[in-house]
Design a binder for this molecule. Sequence first.
Ligand SMILES: *[C@@H]1O[C@H](CO)[C@@H](O)[C@H](O)[C@H]1NC(C)=O
Ligand SMILES: *[C@@H]1O[C@H](CO)[C@@H](O)[C@H](O)[C@H]1NC(C)=O
Ligand SMILES: *[C@@H]1O[C@H](CO)[C@@H](O)[C@H](O)[C@H]1NC(C)=O
Ligand SMILES: *[C@@H]1O[C@H](CO)[C@@H](O)[C@H](O)[C@H]1NC(C)=O
Ligand SMILES: *[C@@H]1O[C@H](CO)[C@@H](O)[C@H](O)[C@H]1NC(C)=O
Ligand SMILES: *[C@@H]1O[C@H](CO)[C@@H](O)[C@H](O)[C@H]1NC(C)=O
Length: 382
Amino acid sequence: MKNLNAPLQFQFQLANLFSVILFFGFGLCLGIILTFHLKNVSFNLQFTQLSIATDTNADDIVALPPPPMKVGLENYIHPTEVLHDLSDEELIWRASMVPKVKDYPFDRNPKVAFMFLTRGPVLLSPLWNMFFKGHDGLFTIYVHTSGFSFNWTEPQDSVFHGRRIPSKNVEWGKVSMVEAERRLLANALLDFSNQRFVLLSESCIPLFNFSIIYSYLINSNYTYVESYDLAGPVGKGRYNKKMHPTVKINEWRKGSQWFEMNRELAIEVISDNMYFPVFQEYCNGSCYADEHYLPTFVMLKFGKMNSNRTLTFVDWTKGGPHPSRYTRYDVTWEFLRKLRNDRSCEYNRRSNETCHLFARKFTPHALDRLLRLAPKIMHFNS
Ligand SMILES: *[C@@H]1O[C@H](CO)[C@@H](O)[C@H](O)[C@H]1NC(C)=O
Ligand SMILES: *[C@@H]1O[C@H](CO)[C@@H](O)[C@H](O)[C@H]1NC(C)=O
Ligand SMILES: *[C@@H]1O[C@H](CO)[C@@H](O)[C@H](O)[C@H]1NC(C)=O
Ligand SMILES: *[C@@H]1O[C@H](CO)[C@@H](O)[C@H](O)[C@H]1NC(C)=O
Ligand SMILES: *[C@@H]1O[C@H](CO)[C@@H](O)[C@H](O)[C@H]1NC(C)=O
Ligand SMILES: *[C@@H]1O[C@H](CO)[C@@H](O)[C@H](O)[C@H]1NC(C)=O
């Protein structure tokens, strides 16, 4: 019996051995595949281990250690510093991002970004300090100062302290002026709470108090980029044929450099890679890009929601390449009141007596008079 069964038993053992080898080989392959896979996705490995741990000991809470400090969204949504080392290209890319989720996961106070494009210090800063006092959280200030040769630090208690953005040299009438405006817009866009963006110069003054100006801007459904068609040497005469066909001569517009716009338009302006490169190339001389790029671009693409007027009063009636400058002898209450309500304008499609919220050009020589009249401008105790 034993001998008779021997070959059969041997066959059986052989088959057993094969299945063991097969099983081992399969296991080995599986092991290799698994190791390879997990090595590639080491993050996944940790996660798998974590979920296994939680699964097997359901009672033990396996928590990740807390980060060494609170991270949250705070620094992302409320940037406090204006200094950074981004190149213009990096800055514009970063600033052009738009959240797809429309509901904000935090309380958002809409702010107005006051962007000062200056050649030196903000000389009328004592007046602006009075203007901003008591309205923290509703505004942000950005200063772009061209010319690195001078030394300027605003006192610690000034609203302008530490608000100078990384700036580059600006040449009057050259395209670098528009580059500086885009740089200001991009820096201001980094703060998600900024909803309106106003460009000012060191010679601008506010014509009303903060509450009036804030509500006028925040509640406006329109943007304020002056844009009009003008024949003659300082209008159509500045058009360069080489811009054709991107910009046609009948599309060429003119307007004041001093604009006010909302966040949507600001993002479009910094993201424009169709018209701006053409202006950079062919409108960098006696073409005055700062008076033509935005008026033309906004008319072409976003004209419907643009008021086509500027909120900054300036007097060109005396002629010449520069507008009238006001010194202390010009600054009287009668004069300022005239600037406040000089004519009638459309505001949100209704007639409104206020056309201008700001005015220029005021010299530092006018500062003492302006400060004396500030209580009236800002409606203190009256
Ligand atoms: C600017 O001021 C700083 C410190 O106040 C000083 O160290 C620096 O030399 C000054 N630069 C010029 C160009 O005057
Ligand atoms: C003009 O607009 C301001 C700002 O919204 C508003 O307070 C004022 O009532 C308006 N005036 C008229 C006459 O509609
Ligand atoms: C514009 O002209 C200035 C000098 O006239 C030059 O330095 C600058 O590079 C020019 N900009 C462009 C974008 O060509
Ligand atoms: C501003 O100009 C644009 C383009 O010409 C036009 O569509 C728009 O209606 C104008 N805006 C107002 C308020 O008239
Ligand atoms: C302004 O826009 C808002 C929202 O789009 C709208 O509800 C409101 O009626 C508009 N106001 C005016 C005066 O057109
Ligand atoms: C701003 O001025 C208006 C009138 O011009 C006044 O009613 C209002 O109280 C002033 N607001 C502040 C905060 O002074």
